[in-house]
Design a protein around this ligand. Sequence first.
Ligand code: 5GP
Length: 191
Amino acid sequence: MKLLEERIRRDGRVIGTEILKVDSFLNHQIDVQLLDEIGNELYRLFKDAGITKVLTIEASGIAIGCAAARVFQVPVVFAKKARSLNIGTDTYTSRVHSFTYGNDYDITVSRRYLSDADRVLIVDDFLANGAALNGLLAVCEQAGASVGGIGICIEKGFQPGGDEIRAKGLPLQSLARIRSMSEEGIEFFED
Ligand code: 5GP
């Protein structure tokens, strides 16, 4: 998605070799016009997938999930992050290793809001090693929900998550896919 790539080039800040900060437009201060375009692009990619629900993870995924859900006209559900888990019978849960903070946390989704009747579009801001996404996939599996699409805003293609997900045959589309980055600049994969 050219608009997103241009915005990342203009306003993204690379920290070291692995972290990209996009908090001036995507996950702290938010440009809602850009989010609307992201929602439209996700709709263009997955409109024929029979999506009944958008699933994401708090906090950064929520705005993106809302932008998508508005266009698909379905609800958005976000997985909650829990520091210590009260295992209950009313939630699906999965453990996730945080790329940005280096710790583990659990995610939970209420059984009330995801079921085997759902066909899910999973969305998130970043894909790095794939831990967050694998947690969301585990939640879908526990619910018996099928995955109709995975839409990621920014995939860091030099980290293994994206290739591993594609190798499993899952329908992953990344709107901006970074080949390499440094403080000197950012290179995207052409598609
Ligand atoms: P993964 O679980 O794929 O290793 O990392 C994805 C999660 O970590 C995303 O939900 C995102 O919040 C966070 N993340 C990973 N890499 C970056 C990054 O370069 N910048 C920011 N801001 N968040 C990242």
